[in-house]
Design a protein around this ligand. Structure first.
Ligand code: ZN
Length: 313
């Protein structure tokens, strides 16, 4: 939620390198970011879970060609559905929540409480209110596994974790909490159009420390999960496509040239097209305290994508 206290504006100077990921290929996180270069495989460090620099989302940025493909494929799927295409979801999306943590005789990290998990679900419902998308906690699991807890997106450990724990991705939103901080990431997600070809990897992974009241300041209000679930529902970043006419394929989120970091009251205007940069949008990289909006256009896109690709919800 946006705060009224004085906050520092930090204009993004770099557009994060987009991963060259085609539809259906494994998710690969950003590798060229300096925050990610201090990745360490060491275990037992008390610094784990505290190493977030700036918001980095591991969900792949698609190329313009990939976006073209997604949009054309989606239009074809909608035509196939015809009058059978639902206009709304049938009810709240059931969430299978998986807390993966690490605990041995000397060290413990990542074990959440049921209250903390419910607070995240409640936040999803309050932030998605008005979009036509809502959530209900269907199940919770707690798993002590060091390899899965510290997995790297795209790794064998990710696959093994999801194969072992994931509920049917056609019927559930699987949310996993792990320690992504050592990779410089806050979270990552799969897109709905990848469900059919990669059902085993479907879902959202967020750092355990990003839940409401977590330690990943300034990403400690639970908005990382909101952002990643936005991807899971079919939204791109607001800075997708930079200043291109199409940008994020949502007409009421003005184009912005690059991600915005930090928080400010003065909205920049980095593209020649109409409208100020949508830095308060959940799909930008702003601090949790500064992001508080999904637009009607994003809501419509989420419903369209969910009713096209996630019909079993
Ligand atoms: Zn993202």
């Amino acid at each position: 939620m946006r705060q009224t206290s004085a906050m520092l504006g930090v204009a993004a100077s770099v557009m994060l390198a987009a991963c060259a990921v085609l539809i259906g290929t494994p998710t690969t996180p950003v590798a060229s970011n300096p925050v990610a270069t201090h990745a360490s495989a060491s275990h037992g460090s008390s610094a784990r879970g505290l190493r977030h620099g700036i918001r980095i989302c591991g969900t792949p940025e698609l190329t313009a060609a990939d976006v073209d493909l997604v949009e054309r494929f989606t239009d074809a799927e909608r035509r196939k559905l015809g009058k059978r295409a639902a206009a709304a979801l049938s009810g709240p999306i059931p969430v299978a929540f998986h807390c993966v943590y690490f605990d041995d005789a000397f060290f413990s990290l990542g074990l959440l409480t049921q209250l903390e998990i419910q607070a995240q679900i409640d936040l999803l419902n309050s932030t998605f209110a008005g979009t036509g998308v809502s959530f209900v906690l269907a199940s919770t699991s707690f798993t002590n596994n060091e390899d899965w807890f510290s997995h790297f997106p795209g790794s064998v450990d990710e696959r093994n974790m999801k194969l072992a724990l994931g509920a049917d991705p056609n019927e559930f939103l699987n949310i996993y909490t792990t320690d992504l901080s050592q990779w410089g990431l806050l979270g990552y997600a799969t897109f709905p159009w990848d469900l059919r070809r990669k059902p085993d990897l479907d879902g959202v992974v967020v750092g355990f420390d990003t839940l409401p009241g977590g330690s990943a300041v300034p990403y400690d209000e639970g908005d990382t999960a909101v952002h990643e679930v936005g991807h899971w529902c079919g939204l791109y970043h607001t800075f997708q496509g930079s200043c291109s006419k199409r940008n994020d394929n949502v007409s009421d989120t003005p184009a912005e040239s690059a991600a915005f970091y930090g928080c400010t009251f003065v909205q920049p205007d980095t593209c020649p097209s109409a409208g100020l940069d949508p830095i308060f949008n959940f799909m930008d990289y702003t601090d949790d305290a500064c992001m508080d909006e999904f637009t009607p256009g994003q809501a419509a896109r989420m419903i369209k994508m969910l009713t096209t690709y996630r019909k079993g919800l």
